[in-house]
Design a protein around this ligand. Structure first.
Ligand code: ADP
Length: 169
């Protein structure tokens, strides 16, 4: 079999946020990634606490301010989340395309955020609530490495070959 690093195989972190879990959308959202032939190589449910939220969103306050940080970190702790490590060629970019733009009002139809939510920035700002956009996904390869290692130990990530991989590579 071809060496996976030559193929551009990457691992990326997806977190199904409390709105996805409490709305019962986990299966439907995960199906979208599986349909794109991305491979699930790690999965867990977690109740985030303040300390872990800070580690996960380590630069959010600096990037978007304390208000956005506080509403987002608070929302992420409001109910359990489901974290998944996905693997595939160009996985980081592919997953970002599947989930769509950060603001549901700007996310294209066919994307997870575009199909399952409609919230605007204005409505989030007025209500003082987080943008509930169902999914977190690593923004780039460097971020993906940090996030996968933050959420998953080596012994919680798995190697196996799918039937499709046997055909493709
Ligand atoms: P993404 O999740 O698409 O990578 P960011 O990293 O920029 O986007 O933002 C992290 C999270 O912070 C978003 O997913 C969203 O939940 C929340 N957020 C972003 N912008 C706002 C905002 N203007 N008001 C409230 N929450 C926001």
């Amino acid at each position: 079999m071809t060496d996976s690093s030559d193929l551009g195989v990457e691992r990326t972190l997806v977190v199904l946020k409390p709105d996805a879990v409490t709305r019962g959308l986990a299966g439907r959202i995960l199906t979208r990634f599986e349909d794109a032939n991305l491979k699930i190589v790690g999965v867990k449910m977690k109740q985030m606490d303040a300390d872990f939220a800070r580690k996960h969103y380590f630069d959010l306050e600096e990037r978007l301010g304390a208000e956005v940080y506080n509403s987002t970190a608070g929302f992420m702790q409001s109910n359990p989340v489901m974290a998944v490590v996905l693997e595939g060629v160009n996985a980081v970019t592919t997953v970002r395309k599947i989930i769509g733009a950060t603001l549901p009002s700007e996310a294209a139809p066919g994307t997870v955020r575009g199909d399952f939510a409609h919230q605007t920035k204005a409505s989030a700002d007025v209500s003082g609530k987080a943008v509930m956009n169902l999914v977190h996904a690593s923004g780039n390869v460097e971020e993906a490495k940090y996030e996968v290692n933050l959420w998953f130990g080596e012994d919680e990530q798995f190697d196996y070959e799918t039937a499709a991989e046997k055909l493709a590579y």
